[in-house]
Design a protein around this ligand. Structure first.
Ligand code: F6R
Length: 345
């Protein structure tokens, strides 16, 4: 039930930090399963990450972290599984909140038939995807009623940060602060995102830009606002935006920058580029600020460890979409044309 909340989406965003905490403690208790997972990824010649929609965006963070560490990791959009032929030397990670997404299940079966080792990360027990997997890992976000994935996304990100740190032989102590980082981000951005959401609800189109780990978050921000507020949005790597997309930018065109704290100088240049075209820029920074002046459109989230930045950026992108939907009178829980679980090809 709604338990006093105005929508499931808001309730579930508010549940996201508890969901991440439960996901991390749950996974850390499954020592044997985690060790098997690490071994299966370490011995693989290639690591293939397969998912659709929001789960794909979460997976991309994992792919980037592994690629940076020298792993041969690739993200594949589930419905585009035909573009890749796997073999017995590959380990495939299928990420699906529901565990029932037809595109992801078909990709899984095909790659399994090729002899690849299959790991899944799902949010429910006894789903089809986990039943076909060699190792079934789970997030512990609890049931998600809103059609838009929110707490399940944040939980996937938490789980994948844990896995990537284990693979990179990093201490996972920093993840103890995941819960408070997400909760603090939520409190800090709630007013700001209401204003942004309401401004964006009146615009026909916008860009979400980021760099590095900010790119999958930008993709997720653009997906969310399209999905529930019906505002057209595109995500690009910030540097790539000058190779074409910038042509659309004119007076007042909204551009949201997601700064995960890694590439502040480059992002600063991209913000300036957009501002010189009179774009309306918004900057959401995790950790370090982009602007040197007191840019009133930059909000800076506290992150005690830079690896927590993707988690800190989850509440603002979800809340922006939520408030844009509200402002337009759209029901964020039940976007048109969409089902919670896409069981068709
Ligand atoms: C967006 C959304 C969808 C799903 C996608 C995959 O908010 O919910 O993009 O992420 O349909 O669903 P799962 O994770 O259940 O495989």
């Amino acid at each position: 039930s709604l338990q006093g909340y105005e929508s499931f989406m808001m309730k579930e965003i508010r549940e996201s930090w508890g969901a991440v905490r439960d996901t991390l403690t749950g996974l850390l208790k499954e020592n044997e399963l985690l060790n098997k997972t690490i071994k299966a990824i370490e011995r693989a010649k290639r690591v293939i990450i397969v998912a659709a929609g929001t789960s794909y965006n979460a997976g991309l963070l994992f792919t980037i972290r592994l690629q940076r560490a020298g792993f041969n990791a690739i993200s594949v959009i589930a419905s585009e599984h035909n573009n890749l032929r796997t073999n017995q030397d590959d380990t495939v990670l299928v990420i699906s909140q529901s565990g029932e997404t037809m595109d992801s299940l078909i990709a899984l079966k095909k790659y399994k038939n090729n002899g690849s080792f299959i790991i899944s990360l799902t949010n429910t027990l006894g789903n089809s995807i986990s039943s076909y997997s060699d190792i079934a890992l789970h997030t512990r976000a609890g049931p998600e009623i809103g059609v838009a994935a929110t707490k399940t996304f944040t939980s996937q990100v938490g789980a994948l940060m844990l896995l990537s740190s284990l693979l990179l032989n990093e201490s996972v102590d920093y993840l103890k602060e995941a819960e408070s980082v997400i909760a603090n981000s939520f409190s800090k951005v709630i007013g700001y995102t209401k204003i942004i959401g309401s401004e964006l609800s009146k615009k026909p189109s916008l860009y979400y830009l980021g760099k590095g780990l900010g790119v999958p978050l930008a993709m997720e921000g653009a997906l969310k606002i399209k999905e529930i507020a019906y505002v057209h949005a595109e995500a690009y790597p910030a540097g790539e935006s000058k190779h074409g997309p910038i042509a659309l930018v004119e007076n007042g065109f909204p551009v949201i920058f997601l700064n995960n704290g890694e590439f502040t100088d480059e992002l600063y240049n991209n913000v300036m580029e957009m501002e010189s075209r009179h774009a309306k820029t918004y900057v959401i920074s995790a950790g370090s600020k982009i602007s040197t002046n007191n840019n009133q459109n930059e909000i800076v989230l506290d992150v005690p460890d830079p690896r927590l930045s993707p988690l800190a950026l989850a509440p603002p992108i979800q809340l922006i979409a939520y408030y844009a939907a509200k402002e337009r009178g759209a029901n964020p829980d039940r976007p048109r044309n969409l089902a919670k679980t896409v069981t068709v090809r």
